[in-house]
Design a protein around this ligand. Structure first.
Ligand SMILES: Cc1cc2nc3c(=O)[nH]c(=O)nc-3n(C[C@H](O)[C@H](O)[C@H](O)COP(=O)(O)OP(=O)(O)OC[C@H]3O[C@@H](n4cnc5c(N)ncnc54)[C@H](O)[C@@H]3O)c2cc1C
Length: 381
């Protein structure tokens, strides 16, 4: 049920991480052009993620006994906020650190935790999420990829699609059917860890409108998995996935995807000495500050051990709307001032963000699906 969001502050001990992460970013991303930084959490560098792990900035929410930092969601908020607003290439560790490791911590066996979580905290094991299939995106309960029991474990057949970074990943955590048929909906679904180097796995990158290939189709043909590939209880996959999505929807990643562009445009206005946009910049900044406060309030609920599903959906819906508005507003301003000197870098950044922005409200659950969750939480349906 929907509850009001109570404003919260980032604790001083977590704020104290800011100078160190800023210094790390300055040292490690100097020289990456703005339009590459605009890739935000789709920018990939395995080397950067390993360096971040070595510096202790991964696994912030994970216990020290598994190689984590033992801090918590507020510390992760500070570090992620700095990384995203600078446009650091975080994709290599993003999914493993945000979702896969917490999922394994909550539902995995001790063997699975030992095998994966310390390596994730070092930025050395890359994970992807296999939920969507052709015909099963919003309607996730209809997945048809199937795992059958064998004498040694499981054999899996089927296909996933839109799998972010599948071509770079070591493992996929897939939602698959382990009993019944797709007519059974949420019943009979389970989560399995799939080694993407196993025989029978084919990964085909998909190129998007910007020319990047950050996601892929993944095919499984009689892929054999050991017994311990199962995460959590057989048939409990749906419940586990719903818990996982709460980590995914409320964070700063839903407000900062166009931050590099906004910064570049403000610097441009300063460089050409134009003040006619002051009110517009003020409105956008106030909107960002409000969204940030909402995201911190959601983080406080996570810290309190709650699962703010409706509140996180509101942040994602409003946040991605803001991220999508920025290239439109900035594009309009650039077009309205044709005689003004605009750097090639700002043009390229604007072009990239304009092309990628429609995806902001699709990834992690579409706007219509989120609004359905919000309406249900408010007792409207
Ligand atoms: C950049 C990007 C990265 C992604 N990464 C991953 C990933 O790593 N792993 C993964 O599993 N998936 C990933 N996805 C897939 C994403 O989760 C799906 O695209 C999304 O859930 C929508 O599913 P669909 O594409 O099948 O669209 P559909 O479900 O077919 O929806 C099409 C349209 O119909 C609307 N619609 C659907 N059902 C309803 C309804 N009940 N009521 C009202 N409107 C409805 C939707 O809002 C949408 O506008 C990614 C997608 C993108 C864009």
């Amino acid at each position: 049920m929907f509850d009001t969001l109570t404003l919260a502050r980032l604790p001083a001990e977590d704020e104290a991480l800011r100078p160190a992460i800023r210094a790390f970013i300055q040292q490690n991303i100097a020289g990456i052009p703005l339009d590459r930084r605009a890739r935000s959490w789709q920018g990939f560098s395995a080397e950067f993620s390993r360096a971040l792990g070595q510096a202790g900035f991964l696994g912030l929410t994970l216990p020290k006994e598994y190689g984590g930092n033992g801090k918590g969601p507020f510390a992760r908020f500070v570090v992620v906020e700095e990384l995203l607003s600078a446009g650091a290439p975080v994709a290599a560790h993003w999914i493993a650190d945000r979702q896969s490791a917490p999922l394994l911590l909550n539902f995995g066996t001790e063997t699975q935790r030992q095998k994966h979580i310390p390596a994730i905290c070092r930025g050395e094991q890359l994970f992807c999420i296999g939920m969507s299939e052709p015909g099963s995106g919003s309607d996730l309960a209809s997945v048809r990829t199937r795992a059958e029991r064998t004498a040694k474990g499981w054999v899996i057949n089927g296909q996933k699609i839109w799998t972010t970074n599948a071509m770079h990943s070591d493992y996929m955590i897939a939602l698959v059917r382990t009993s019944g048929t797709s007519a059974d909906r949420q019943g009979g679904l389970s989560q399995l860890i799939i080694d993407l180097k196993a025989p029978g796995v084919t990964v085909r990158p998909i190129v998007d409108l910007t020319g990047d290939a950050h996601f892929a189709e993944v095919f499984f043909e009689n892929v054999e998995l050991d017994e311990d590939a199962l995460v959590g209880a057989e048939g409990e996959g749906w419940k586990q996935v719903v818990a996982e999505l709460a980590f995914e929807r409320s964070g700063p990643e839903r407000i900062y995807s166009s931050a590099v562009l906004l910064d570049a445009w403000i610097k441009h206005l300063q460089a050409v000495g134009r003040s006619d946009c002051a009110a517009l910049v003020g409105r956008l900044t106030a909107e960002l500050a409000t969204l940030r406060a909402m995201s911190i309030a959601c983080t406080a609920r996570l810290v309190a051990g709650e699962s703010p599903v409706v509140e996180a959906s509101i942040v994602k819906d409003r946040g991605t709307g803001f991220e999508q508005e920025l290239p439109v507003v900035i594009g309009d301003d650039v077009a309205a001032n044709p005689d003004e000197a605009v750097s090639e870098e700002l043009y390229r950044t604007l072009l990239y963000v304009t092309h990628i922005a429609p995806s902001f409200s699709l990834r992690g659950g579409t706007r219509e699906i989120l609004r359905g969750i919000i309406a249900r939480g408010m007792g409207l349906r």
